[in-house]
Ligand binder design. Structure first.
Ligand code: ADP
Ligand code: MG
Length: 647
């Protein structure tokens, strides 16, 4: 009974928790989705702007660095959104880019917007004059350009001089349009990343703050997850061009933060996943340790590069670029394979992790398809949803673990409480049985004598007095039942133990109890198969079942039905007494079997106690299930005896 009750309590609690968590996650997901998808579109809607998809480039040779104009007669290479040339070839330091601006007189304040530009030192020339320049002393090449141009009736050339380290030039083309629309677009497209980054960062901070409340076992994965969230947030923010444009002077710090976050993200991810696998794969644990070592080296090289600058650049690029990418590739591949292997075996956490990865893969593929379909105009962004979902899956796994721990704790404390309860009850029983044994016997004899005399006297008096005598005798009988109950409880030894045919016994009880049931407006329905035999004492068996059935009858409301059925289950005989009466609440069920517990005005509160005791002595068990207002079911189990044993 207790286990059944406890199990159902957890199930409802756990269900509640996971459903709330899922709702929360989906709400955040929908909000971010709306923000990311809607904001760039609304900018689109009001901008009657023109895209520029073709341009020309010339590489700037290292020995030609000082030139302030592209070499006369130099060969311009055609470039465009379909074939953006940005990788700087050997011997070059950057590129000259020539854009042809169409007539601009249609706009009040014509403005040129380049959304994806690679370059560290960018100058813009209009008619041979520098009209704009941005120069960076740090290595982040991605930037954007928003440049008002003169309103003209003819098309004009705009020349860009871009110096950079690895990439120089445009990727997804340029646009020309009204200043307001262009500047809105300039900022708006980057906002979702910044908001997303800031909110994940905020969450990470809160998670770190709560670390202290967790047990040691939970703390490791929790801290790892907080670090994953924190580093993802820093990567999102510092990778966005806006902070680097508006806070140019902090560019180096942003770069160091970005690199450090990369060095934290992947080892933390490895550690977290290792805890999901519960350290089952030793080689993965070892890989994680090596990765931490590698990332510490990378961090040291980052710092050296920030201090010593260019001389360290080749080492910096090698370690934080190519080799690191290889590490990440191996890590992700291993996690993917291991989590699928585990998921196939039915490990739920691994299934969630695999789904997180799957969504990242699908998002990545969707991005690539769009890129292909839009002839390289598309700027990759769907993968960010994938990252969100992956982080969501990590959060879900952790939440599941913590709630499982909580459920375990709850079960221990419930069991302890039950144990205490049972102990107290046993002690009470012992006191009562000692008391009962000493008193009951002494009282019963004088009572029997008194009853005899009362009967004798009643036959010699008039009708009126006879009625009073009969009332006195009834009360004496009631007292005697109570004493019998006490005696049964105190000395439940079964004088004669014989194999009992359950069907016969219950049929006899049915005959005795049916009239009482009818008086309370109820019926007894009995379904017992032949051939169920148990060991016991017939009169004690009857006493136990009569007590149970009597309680059921007393609990009946209108149209009461009491079903008594029995069946064999393995090597036990199961007898069920089920009524559709008033039922009991949890508190009442817990008190059942305690002496003097009764909710009836004339109840003794001894019946169930005696029933428990008799069934216990007959080596059986009794379990109650009840729902307030619906009914009660008493389930009795006795060891079965095969007929051959006594024939
Ligand atoms: P009594 O019948 O004298 O009250 P019992 O020990 O037989 O004492 O029962 C104790 C209490 O358990 C009852 O008062 C009643 O509240 C509750 N009870 C027992 N069986 C049932 C039942 N089938 N339906 C509802 N309540 C029950
Ligand atoms: Mg009773």
């Amino acid at each position: 009974m207790s286990k059944w009750l406890i199990a159902s309590i957890y199930r409802t609690r756990c269900k509640m928790k996971s459903s709330r968590l899922t709702a929360l996650l989906s709400m955040i997901g929908v909000m971010v989705f709306a923000l990311m998808v809607l904001s760039p579109k609304s900018a689109f809607a009001h901008s009657p702007d023109l895209p520029i998809t073709e341009w020309n480039i010339q590489w700037i040779r290292a020995d030609d660095r000082t030139a302030t104009a592209p070499p006369e007669g130099g060969a311009w290479l055609p470039s465009g959104t379909g074939r953006p040339l940005t990788a700087i070839p050997e011997g070059a330091v950057g590129a000259w880019v020539r854009l042809v601006i169409p007539p601009t007189s249609a706009w009040n304040h014509p403005t040129l917007l380049i959304e994806r530009l690679y370059g560290l030192d960018v100058s813009v020339y209009e008619e041979g004059r520098v009209v704009y320049r941005i120069k960076r002393n740090f290595d982040y090449e991605r930037t954007k350009l928003l440049l008002p141009v003169a309103a003209k009736g003819d098309s004009t050339d705009v020349i860009l001089r871009i110096e950079s380290k690895t990439r120089a030039g445009l990727v997804s083309g340029a646009r020309i349009g009204e200043f307001n629309a262009m500047s809105e677009r300039f900022v708006r497209k980057e906002l979702p990343d910044l908001l997303l980054g800031a909110s994940i960062g905020f969450l990470a901070m809160i998670m770190i703050l709560f670390t202290g409340y967790l047990s040691r076992r939970q703390r490791g994965p929790w801290v790892a997850l907080s670090l994953i969230a924190l580093s993802t947030s820093i990567i999102l923010i510092t990778y966005s061009p806006l902070p680097n444009i508006y806070f140019n002077e902090y560019g180096r710090i942003f770069q160091l933060l970005f690199d450090t976050s990369m060095c934290v993200l992947f080892p933390a991810f490895c550690f977290y996943v290792d805890s999901v696998f519960e350290g089952r794969y030793a080689f993965f644990t070892t890989f994680g340790r090596w990765l931490i070592g590698y990332c510490v080296c990378c961090f040291a090289i980052d710092v050296l590069y920030q201090v010593f600058g260019d001389p360290v650049y080749p080492i910096y690029r090698l370690f934080t670029g190519m080799i690191f990418a290889a590490w990440i590739f191996v890590e992700l591949l291993m996690i993917l394979v291991l989590s699928i292997m585990n998921a196939v075996r039915g490990n739920r956490d691994s299934i969630i992790l695999s789904l997180g990865f799957l969504s990242l893969a699908i998002a990545g593929v969707a991005d690539l398809i769009l890129l292909f379909a839009s002839h390289s105009m598309h700027v990759l962004f769907i993968w960010k949803y994938g990252v969100m979902l992956l982080i969501g899956s990590l959060v879900m796994i952790l939440a599941r673990r913590i709630s499982a721990d909580y459920a375990k704790l709850l079960s221990y404390s419930k069991e302890l409480e039950l144990y205490n309860h049972r102990l107290q009850r046993t002690e009470k029983m012992k006191i009562i049985s000692d008391l009962a044994a000493s008193v009951a016997h002494e009282v019963r004899n004088p009572m029997q004598v008194t009853r005899g005399y009362l009967q004798l006297l009643s036959s010699k008096t008039d009708e009126e007095t006879k009625r009073q005598f009969s009332m006195a005798i009834n009360e004496l009988d009631r007292a005697s039942t109570i004493i019998t109950d006490f005696l049964t409880f105190a000395k439940p030894e079964l004088d004669t133990i014989v194999p009992l045919n359950v069907k016969e016994e219950i049929q006899q009880i049915e005959t005795i109890m049916s009239p009482l049931a009818a008086m309370h407006g109820g019926v007894l329905i009995v379904r017992i198969p032949d051939g169920l035999y148990i060991n016991g004492n017939s009169s004690k068996f009857k006493q136990a079942f009569i007590n149970m059935i009597k309680n059921s009858i007393e609990a009946l409301q209108s149209e009461g039905i009491i079903e008594i059925e029995a069946f064999a289950e393995g090597d036990t005989a199961v007898i069920r007494v089920k009524d559709n009466g008033e039922g009991m609440d949890e508190g009442q069920i817990a008190k059942l079997g305690e002496p003097f517990f009764s909710t009836k005005s004339k109840g003794t509160g001894l019946g169930t106690m005696v029933t428990f005791r008799i069934i216990e002595v007959m080596k059986g068990t009794l379990e109650y299930r009840s729902t307030k207002g619906k009914g009660t079911e008493a389930i009795v189990r006795f060891p079965l005896v095969s007929r051959d044993q006594f024939q």
